[in-house]
Design a protein around this ligand. Structure first.
Ligand SMILES: *Cc1c(COP(=O)(O)O)cnc(C)c1O
Length: 444
């Protein structure tokens, strides 16, 4: 399987090159040349497959440059925690994607990418240096995903004093091959330092330097498996619990969205034959996509801060992949996808409602998804079941949950442990020469 650049001004490449480059030389994103179909023989009986079987089936449909036995190993290391489907109420389910080490859905993608890179590096006897700028959550997923992975060293740049203590502890306390650099500046300064390093011939000539952001196919492809797994679990639920229901029902899938990677994965799975119904793009007040669906005008703008801050994106980088999938045809896109924007007040109200009705504590991101799913079911598919991807553990957002429910929820164990470990970070000014010196010391 090859991957082509969306602009089409760079040649198509295999998985390895797409993985190492991240972005095509013409500056656009890589997309699959075609989406492989999941065979009928696999989809019948999919409800009896394990998460690893589904993960392998999906990733091997795209990746032919890693031998099956090695790909199996990568799949096993990426998914070493459960992904339960939880029933909230009749017709409304949550797919809990937050049981990984950083308690958010990005863990699987980050780990899959790390181990896939490591596989190729071992073959080529090279070491890779990864530089990332983070405003919080990506940093911890990358730190944990790449921690102790052979042949890779990671530098994470974050703005000093501008992220939460919890986020900081999650990425500064691992050590080993993970270096945290505390930059006296803003997130934009961090991003600038990363860009300068990636464009500096002194560094790139001699060393193998790249970044690990959410547009990388190494993160996107494994996420497709979430939605095959969701449909499989749903089918099992219909068979075992909802015995009176139509066994061929296709559930609506609602995805809390920021950069739209997760929604792209859901849409890809559907095009591959995964039996799911309408997709719901659930955003917070950063409503570029819902506005586009309403007006036909796509106008990215600076992001605004909300309670669901991992979705505060004003220019969603993966949305162009969805446009390409639907041939840039808004009408076709709207036939498959609904887009709903949920305000901060509605987010708090949803956390309250779900707690009162089901005794379940939602995190603010998942609450945006649940509120959007309810809105779509009210308007269109009243009888259809819906699955909402729950993207984070509520314990990561104690302040918002306290605001909604007036109660403190206990900090989950992995976060307590992170708070108790000593912080190891290196303070630097937001000036390129000092940063370059650090990189040169490590890479030479
Ligand atoms: C990153 C993130 C999202 C948004 O996912 P995209 O793939 O960028 O749309 C939603 N919720 C949480 C908790 C996240 O960390």
């Amino acid at each position: 399987m090859n991957f082509r650049s969306i602009l089409g001004k760079s040649p198509s490449v295999g998985f390895r090159d797409a993985l190492f480059r991240g972005i095509a030389p013409d500056g656009s994103l890589y997309i699959p040349e075609e989406l492989p179909a999941l065979p009928f023989s696999f989809l019948t009986g999919v409800e009896n497959r394990t998460l690893h079987e589904i993960g392998f089936r999906v990733t091997s449909a795209f990746i032919d440059e890693i031998p099956p036995a090695d790909l199996q190993g990568i799949v096993h290391r990426a998914w070493d925690f459960p992904i339960p489907l939880v029933k909230l109420e009749d017709g409304l389910y949550l797919l809990e994607l937050f049981h990984g080490p950083t308690l958010a859905f990005k863990d699987v993608g980050a780990r899959f990418m790390a181990h896939a890179l490591s596989f190729f590096l071992a073959q080529e006897r090279r070491r890779l240096f990864i530089v990332v700028a983070t405003s919080g959550d990506t940093g911890s997923a990358v730190a944990h995903g790449f921690f102790n992975v052979p042949h890779i060293t990671v530098f994470i740049l974050y703005p000093s004093g501008k992220i939460s203590t919890l986020q900081e502890q999650q990425m500064t306390t691992l050590g080993h091959n993970i270096y945290a650099l505390e930059v006296e500046g803003t997130f934009d300064d961090c991003q600038q330092l990363v860009k300068q390093a990636l464009a500096d011939p002194d560094l790139t000539r001699a060393h193998n330097l790249t970044t690990a952001n959410s547009i990388n196919l190494g993160r996107l492809i494994p996420q497709i498996a979430y939605y095959v797994w969701a449909a499989a679990r749903f089918k099992l639920e219909l068979q075992q619990v909802e015995v009176h229901k139509d066994l061929s029902e296709r559930p609506v899938i609602a995805v809390p969205s920021g950069n739209f990677g997760n929604l792209t994965a859901a849409a890809y799975s559907k095009s591959m034959g995964n039996p799911i119904g309408r997709l719901v793009a659930a955003t917070n007040e950063n409503s570029v996509v819902p506005d586009y669906f309403r007006s036909g005008l796509y106008s990215p703008r600076p992001s605004r801060q909300t309670y669901s801050n991992a979705m505060d994106v004003g220019n969603p980088s993966n949305f162009v992949r969805i446009q390409a999938l639907y041939n840039y045809n808004l009408h076709r896109m709207k036939n498959d996808i609904s887009a709903v924007s949920i305000s901060d007040d509605e987010t708090l109200a949803e956390i309250r409602r779900t707690y009162e009705q089901a005794g379940y504590v939602l995190d603010p991101h998942s609450a945006v998804g649940v509120a959007a799913a309810r809105a779509v079911r009210r308007e269109a598919d009243r009888s259809a079941s819906a699955i909402v991807t729950a993207t984070a553990h509520p314990g990561k957002f104690p302040d918002v949950v306290a605001k909604a429910l007036n109660m403190q929820i206990p900090l989950p164990l992995p976060l307590q442990e992170a708070l108790n470990r000593p912080k190891m970070s290196m303070c630097i000014r937001a000036e390129y020469p000092a940063w370059k010196e650090i990189l040169l010391q490590h890479t030479s």
